[in-house]
Design a protein around this ligand. Structure first.
Ligand code: FES
Ligand code: FES
Length: 180
């Protein structure tokens, strides 16, 4: 049953009061429509592509299927918008630029935020090796979950433009910087 919601979200380190009439509203809509963020995107709306990916308390989360009723104050939400800046891009953002890892770039949020969760999970689990091409492919194709998380975080990351070879190279480039 739908209920109104009012809470303060922590997004990219900043508090944001949000309110709505229906707590079945997807987190994605709140991030885009109330907070004006345009990193997370609407793709499929059913957790199948990754366009809406954010990290919630470090866990890869598909915000298109995450209802506001499932979000609580104190959750730390990280989006692509808060990852870096033009002057100081995050290693993943810089690597995607260096490798030109996209054509239309509609999937870039999926790939960068998914890779962030993937690499952070490996590093916090004590694995500081740069992932192999096969390990990255397995992660992006949903054959392995975010390290340290349950299989619930096993997702597919879709690129309609066929940029996967460049995306894999970009993730490896960023990993080299992030593991040091
Ligand atoms: S829009 Fe959420 S996974 Fe496709
Ligand atoms: S670059 Fe177009 S969907 Fe990936």
């Amino acid at each position: 049953m739908a209920n109104p919601y009012t809470l303060t979200l922590s997004v990219d380190g900043e508090p944001h009061p949000v309110t709505g009439a229906d707590d079945t509203e997807p987190l994605l809509y709140v991030l885009r429509n109330q907070l004006g963020l345009n990193g997370p995107k609407f793709g499929c709306g059913v957790a199948q592509c990754g366009c809406c990916t954010v990290l919630v308390n470090g866990v890869i989360t598909r915000s298109c299927v995450t209802k506001m009723s499932a979000v609580t104050e104190g959750d730390e939400i990280i989006t692509l918008d808060g990852l870096g800046s033009t002057k100081q891009p995050h290693p993943l953002q810089q690597a995607f630029i260096d490798e030109q890892a996209g054509q239309c770039a509609y999937c870039s949020n999926a790939m960068i935020m998914g890779a962030l969760g993937f690499l952070n999970g490996r590093i916090s689990g004590g694995n500081r090796q740069v992932p192999s091409e096969d390990e990255i492919k397995q992660f992006l194709s949903g054959e392995s979950s975010q390290p340290g998380q349950s299989s619930q975080s096993t997702y597919v990351y879709l690129c309609r433009c066929g940029s996967h070879p460049r995306i894999v190279r970009a993730i490896q480039q960023a990993a080299k910087e992030m593991v040091h």
